[in-house]
Design a protein around this ligand. Structure first.
Ligand code: ADP
Ligand code: MN
Ligand code: MN
Ligand code: MN
Length: 337
């Protein structure tokens, strides 16, 4: 009889930013898909998802990948949280995205998310000296050499783990502040990109344990002349990708301009300290779009403008955003009438 370690992963009820939780279930059969993984439960009173008198919440497996840390045949099992009666828990933001993505499936929305994050060691950003500050920003972005980038072994291990688990990572790069890095997930459909982003985040935290470093998704880790951390969300529908799609992209920008506030509400807590109008951002109270403009809310990449079709980049989401909510908002605004 097989003994398989299945790591059940879910999102807790912390506010304003939820965190990942996980625990291990040992099962006696192979798990290849979510249907093979048994439902489970946890103590919701310890995750701000229930009170002590009626504390059980249910874990419904929705996405299974092989566990690149424990190795085959062990698995990671991403779950939705359900209330004891089987309905989606109030903290379960995936349920709404599930509905919206079904409703608008015909438009074939794709997403590519650029996850920026900051590695920390000894309570400071990795690469920051014990006292004072490192040299000003300039050569850290896409740098090479141990005076310019910090934590490469961690991010290499993370990339390898993601690829071994068949996550669709499209690239990684060192970012503008020391200790800051980025990986990109996609392009994929809304549920796939969001599930994979949460799993890739879990792997990042888990791999950090082995190196004695931890990643944080704080939108503005260091106040001052230091870049914040975002989660640029690249978006397209089939009509945008098809010839002449630039017209549809411009219409989408118009729609987005009318819903700016609503979007900012679900784009991550503390984003106001990042969206200042400096450091490659547009101020939080403004909305602008433009070709190649990294100071705009929405950037139309140069090759999209040139080809007359492609995708748009929403630069507003913060690193700590919930992809289920961000993708839902974009679909709602752009794919609705
Ligand atoms: P940047 O120049 O902003 O740093 P990146 O290369 O980091 O861009 O990220 C671009 C993202 O856009 C990637 O995640 C990629 O998968 C995604 N992407 C590419 N084409 C599309 C598309 N048609 N629709 C949505 N996302 C896309
Ligand atoms: Mn990028
Ligand atoms: Mn970036
Ligand atoms: Mn970008």
């Amino acid at each position: 009889m097989a003994s398989i370690k299945a790591e059940y992963i879910w999102i807790d009820g912390y506010k304003p930013t939820a965190f990942l939780r996980s625990k291990t279930k040992v099962v006696d059969h192979f798990i290849r898909s979510a249907e093979d993984a048994p439902e489970w439960s946890f103590d919701g009173s310890s995750t701000r998802q229930a009170d002590g008198h009626s504390s059980d919440c249910l874990l419904k497996p929705i996405c299974v990948i092989s566990d690149p840390i424990r190795g085959e045949p062990n698995v990671l099992v991403l779950c939705e949280v359900l209330s004891p009666d089987g309905t989606p828990h109030v903290t379960n933001t995936r349920a709404r995205l599930r509905e919206l993505s079904e409703k608008h499936a015909a438009q074939e929305p794709w997403f590519g998310i650029e996850q920026e994050y900051t590695l920390y060691k000894n309570s400071r950003p990795f690469g920051f000296p014990e006292n004072g500050f490192p040299l000003p920003q300039g050569r850290y972005y896409c740098g090479v050499g141990c005076d310019e980038v910090f934590g490469r072994p961690v991010i290499e291990a993370h990339l390898t783990a993601c690829l071994n688990a068949d996550l669709k990572i499209s690239g990684i790069n060192a970012e503008v502040m020391p200790g800051q890095w980025e990986f990109q997930v996609g392009p994929l459909g809304p549920l796939e990109v969001s599930d994979q982003l949460w799993l890739a985040r879990w792997l990042l935290y888990r791999i950090g344990e082995d190196f004695g470093v931890y990643a944080k998704l704080d939108p503005k880790p260091v106040i001052g002349d230091w870049n914040g951390a975002g989660a640029h969300t690249n978006f397209s529908t089939k009509a945008m990708r098809d010839s002449g799609g630039i017209k549809v992209i411009e219409e989408a920008c118009q729609k987005l301009s009318r819903k700016h506030k609503e979007h900012i509400e679900v784009y991550g807590a503390g984003n106001e300290s990042r969206l200042t109008g400096l450091h490659e951002t547009c101020g939080i109270n403004e909305f602008r779009y433009g070709v190649s403009d990294r100071g705009a809310s929405i950037r139309i990449p140069v090759h999209t403008a040139k080809n007359g079709c492609g995708y748009l980049e929403d630069r507003r989401p913060a690193a700590n955003m919930d992809p289920y909510q961000v993708c839902a908002k974009l679909i709602e605004t752009i794919c609705g009438e």
